[in-house]
Design a protein around this ligand. Structure first.
Ligand code: OAD
Length: 247
């Protein structure tokens, strides 16, 4: 079946027979919470920086203080953000279906704030700190040296607990997401440009398993042509409508 425009009512009809729904969200999910999407222009002080040049191990090695200033700015931005109706609708949807696996590329923690209990954080979490030498997550109080947090155990610089460009996805997250994409009977991609792998490839394993793919996005993406259902719209509007049709 080729891509065809669908309505929330039609997708709700499909969801009623759904045994396992696998959802992948991207930055568009948080756009209506005021967090700029990854490929939207950066604002203010950071306008001249391209995230692709800051969110890399090379940038951190070259100028850790600059990278920490950027992440501190993003942490402030995200800490002030609240979940939007789309986040709350997804949390509600999990209660209406037999099984929903939520995979997010976002690092803002808004799904959890909206009440989603099990969230596969494919690209880590903005507020986590990891030791740059030991690799472990560090939750204790950190020592700040020249504006850079350091590991209380070994003294090495800490880094934000997010996946940088060129880095591997946390193995547990990758395995859980791949299993869910292959097992589900519907894959729903929401608010992602479907450009960054391996997240962008998850829908393919759903299709390879003979299951269907749906997308919620105001714009076309690399996934749109392969979708069985495409709902053109903002997730903060479409998802609550979808949940209303199901309730
Ligand atoms: P992008 O900025 O690439 O894409 C955001 C998508 O959201 C676009 O397709 C928009 O059309 C869509 N969008 C915008 N507003 C929306 C709304 N209100 N409702 C629904 N969709 C909306 O962000 P991502 O696809 O998430 O990876 O980017 C994927 C990854 O690229 C990020 O996780 C990050 C980046 O490299 C890492 O940091 C490793």
């Amino acid at each position: 079946m080729g891509q065809r425009p669908a309505t929330p009512r039609e997708l709700a009809h499909v969801l009623r027979a759904c045994r396992h729904l696998c959802v992948l969200t991207g930055a568009g999910m948080s756009a209506e919470s005021g967090i700029p999407t990854f490929r939207a222009a950066q604002t203010g002080l950071w306008e001249r920086y391209d995230p692709l040049e800051l969110a890399t191990p090379e940038a951190f090695a070259r100028d850790p203080e600059l990278v920490w200033r950027w992440y501190s700015w993003r942490r402030e931005l995200v800490a002030a953000a609240t979940p939007n109706p789309g986040h709350f609708a997804l949390a509600r949807l999990a209660c209406l279906l037999p099984r929903l696996t939520l995979i997010t590329q976002n690092v803002d923690g808004l799904h959890q704030k909206a009440g989603s209990r099990t969230v596969i954080e494919f690209h880590g979490n903005l507020f986590a700190n990891r030791c740059s030498v030991e690799g472990r997550l560090v939750e204790d109080d950190v020592v700040i040296e020249n504006g850079i947090p350091c590991c209380p155990r070994c003294g090495a610089r800490l880094r934000p607990g997010v996946v940088w460009f060129g880095e591997a996805i946390p193995p547990a997250a990758l395995a859980a997401a791949a299993d869910a994409a292959a097992d589900c009977d519907l894959f729903l991609s929401i608010g992602t440009s479907a450009l960054v792998w391996p997240a962008a490839g998850l829908a393919e394993s759903t299709r390879a398993a003979g299951a269907r793919v749906a997308e919620i996005n105001p714009a076309e993406t690399g996934l749109s042509a392969a979708c069985d259902f495409r709902l053109a719209g903002n997730s903060g509007e479409v998802l609550p409508e979808l949940v209303n049709c199901l309730s």
